[in-house]
Ligand binder design. Structure first.
Ligand SMILES: Cc1cc2nc3c(=O)[nH]c(=O)nc-3n(C[C@H](O)[C@H](O)[C@H](O)COP(=O)(O)OP(=O)(O)OC[C@H]3O[C@@H](n4cnc5c(N)ncnc54)[C@H](O)[C@@H]3O)c2cc1C
Length: 652
């Protein structure tokens, strides 16, 4: 990506995302961790309702007695009776507010529902999650953007029409991804051409550009949210600013011009997923969600909830895999004792279980945070998704390894031999998608760091802004330094309840390392600024153009490897904090043991990241970047790609 492409991507992202609001971990790098808010969320997680309890019990029995995930796998589709079951169980309207005909479950109870579904059938769990995210969440998020009575009126009209349909029998899907756009929506090429009289829009996009790709529920949906770039008659698409034009439309399946092509993946067999071609599909202007240009804002609001949901499904899957590993660890005897008792396997089992405990703690915290009115959950939800998807993939891999040949063998084949069949390989394949959907891991790492750096970058920008008089900038610099020095010696308030001795050492560690992280980032940022001014003055003296030198914060943000390590540390510190607070509440010796184990392992990972950060300096980064460029140019082909059959790929 060159600098101007990057700026375009960043500007589109930032104008849609807006400022990161205060949240318990948003001040990890500039202030303190809000332990009291986390503690309060963990308390709120337990607030149950009779309605939710009843639903979870009914669902449990149905999943145990009537649902066979292997049937979905073998038939490569969801049997009608399962879709009817989901509807009968009220899963497809569980989180739609009661006033529109839904059950109005809180995010906490909804996370539990998805976890339960995920523990039996990941496909059914994803169907339920996308049904909420597809159209319902978009319409509900819109409420936060409505400012005038007219906006409220038109928003309410859409909600009344479409939420009621979703609560009764319609299926909804969400379509952002296109062939040219996954992580970078500023390149979106789905066109919404406005009519001359402004009464409607014409949506276009085909299989290779602008059409929708990877739409979950795409084949069975009645309603879609589609993101498209609005173009007015006579305008040239290439000169448009996507920030001002990406818009969310509700599209009904019955509108003429929609062609749906089913897709399949390495896992998730039976998941209805589609590519969608749009041939001048006419959409009435009343079907715009919000205003022209607000599409990405709505998409970002949806992503927070989507990431919690994916994590809840992941937790269900990992708990099931953990159970399989425990069973086989006891059952299978090799080398004179159960394989779970061989030290290398014991180590894996302990790690797995400690991670599951930590993952559940973080899910409880973020779900309860989402239930607070006006809370900004985007940072914490991104951390949760990054953490849970990586834990799930690791657990699926370890469980498969522990099962040996049976882990790699299909369920069907195990049944045919009369063995006790367990489908680990199916979950192994499905787990891998969790690192891609709802934000790929690398993109999430950068996103998390961007949220955490928000305040620091603002300080740096103010200090170096040439528009502000020098004296004012200097006064601001002193203020910022004093704030940071004061913050450095200020320790966060811990909740009154007893963090047990075994865990208080981990909280002290968190306090120590978040100070290290802040110190290190300030030093690296300052170095980037000094480098910028050095280059600026050299170019000025040598009368070279100065415009081409990237701004220091931009060059800092492109140091992705460094930022990736920082995110890893920030994420682990956050999960450690929540896990210790949860264990203090659970108060059983087992909970304390699991939390302690998790924290010890997290500290090991943090130490590795710190070594990598210490070894990472800009010159080393530049060497690796040059090597990467040469690899992509094919400079090493003669050494590395000899003696292979070069089929199926275009010549590169
Ligand atoms: C089973 C399944 C279901 C899906 N359901 C839906 C759905 O319902 N609706 C929908 O709209 N989409 C859906 N998707 C699409 C999914 O959201 C995208 O695949 C995902 O956002 C990644 O986009 P991409 O595939 O274009 O990858 P790309 O954006 O091309 O990224 C490829 C790789 O590069 C990395 N990368 C990209 N940009 C950067 C960067 N700036 N810096 C560093 N690394 C970067 C990414 O992390 C990724 O690893 C689904 C996908 C799958 C597999």
């Amino acid at each position: 990506m060159n600098t101007s492409d990057y700026e375009r991507f960043k500007n589109t992202f930032e104008s849609a995302h807006g400022q990161q609001q205060r949240s318990p971990f948003s001040t990890l790098l500039t202030g303190q961790i809000d332990y009291l808010a986390i503690d309060c969320c963990l308390d709120n997680w337990k607030n149950n309702t009779a309605k939710a309890d009843l639903l979870l019990v009914k669902l449990h029995d149905w999943l145990e007695l009537e649902v066979d995930p292997e049937r979905i796998e073998n038939e490569s589709q969801i049997p009608d009776v399962y879709m009817q079951g989901l509807r009968k169980m009220d899963c497809l309207r569980a989180r739609i507010p009661e006033q529109y005909g839904g059950l109005g479950l809180s995010q906490c109870r909804y996370s539990q529902l998805l976890e339960k579904l995920g523990s039996r059938s990941e496909v059914l769990a994803l169907v339920v999650s996308v049904q909420q995210l597809g159209v319902a969440q978009g319409l509900l998020s819109l409420q936060k953007l409505e400012r005038t009575p007219e906006q409220q009126q038109s928003g309410e009209a859409l909600r009344n029409k479409y939420l009621k349909q979703l609560a009764s029998n319609a299926i909804g899907a969400f379509c952002l991804t296109t062939p040219e756009t996954g992580s970078d929506p500023s390149r979106l090429q789905t066109i919404a051409l406005a009519s001359e009289d402004g009464s409607h829009f014409e949506l276009s996009g085909d299989w290779s550009i602008g059409g929708k790709l990877f739409t979950t529920l795409g084949t069975i949906a009645d309603l879609y949210i589609m993101l498209a770039v609005v173009v007015y008659p006579g305008e040239d698409m290439t000169h448009l600013d996507p920030r001002k034009r990406i818009t969310a439309f509700i599209v009904e399946r019955k509108y003429p011009g929609i062609t749906v092509k089913p897709l399949s993946f390495c896992g998730w067999h039976g998941l209805p997923n589609a590519a969608i071609k749009l041939n001048k599909v006419i959409i009435p202007k009343e079907n715009i969600i919000g205003e022209v240009g607000e599409g990405l804002k709505i998409a970002f609001m949806n992503l927070g909830s989507g990431r919690i949901n994916i994590s809840a499904i992941s937790l269900g899957m990992m708990k099931h895999l953990g159970r399989v590993a425990r069973w086989w660890g006891v059952e299978r005897v090799q080398g004179g004792k159960p394989i779970g008792e061989h030290e290398l396997n014991t180590e894996q089992l302990v790690k797995m279980n400690a991670s599951i405990y930590a993952c559940e703690a973080f899910l409880q915290f973020v779900s309860a945070l989402a239930d607070q009115p006006n809370a900004d959950i985007r940072l914490e939800a991104a951390m949760l998704k990054l953490f849970s998807s990586h834990v799930l993939v690791e657990i699926a891999d370890e469980t498969l390894q522990l099962r040996g040949g049976r882990g790699y063998e299909s369920y069907k084949s195990q049944v045919s031999r009369g063995d006790t069949a367990v489908a680990v390989e199916r979950l192994f394949r499905s787990a891998r998608m969790m690192k891609i959907g709802e934000g790929g891991s690398n993109v999430l790492k950068l996103y998390i760091m961007r949220c955490l750096l928000n305040d620091l970058l603002q300080d740096f920008n103010k200090i170096t802004d040439k528009e502000i008089p020098l004296v004012q900038r200097f006064t601001y610099l002193i203020k910022v330094c004093m704030r940071h020095v004061k913050g450095y010696f200020q320790f966060s308030k811990l909740p009154k309840n007893n963090i047990k001795q075994a865990l208080s050492q981990h909280i002290r560690y968190v306090e120590k390392i978040h100070r290290y992280l802040k110190r290190m980032i300030i030093i690296k940022l300052a170095a980037e600024f000094l480098n910028f001014y050095r280059q600026l003055s050299t170019n000025y003296l040598l009368k070279r153009p100065v415009q081409q030198i990237p701004r220091p914060e931009a060059s800092f943000e492109l140091r992705q490897v460094l930022l990736g390590h920082c995110t890893q540390i920030a994420m682990l510190l956050s999960v450690m904090t929540v896990t210790c607070l949860r264990a203090a509440k659970d108060a059983s010796p087992e909970a304390i043991e699991l939390a302690n184990e998790f924290c010890i392992r997290a500290q090991e990972q943090i130490s590795i990241c710190r070594i990598k950060i210490a070894n990472h300096h800009p010159k080393r980064g530049d060497v690796v970047n040059k090597l990467g460029t040469k690899i992509m140019k094919g400079n090493y082909v003669d050494i590395l790609e000899q003696n292979i059959v070069r089929a199926n790929l275009p010549n590169i």
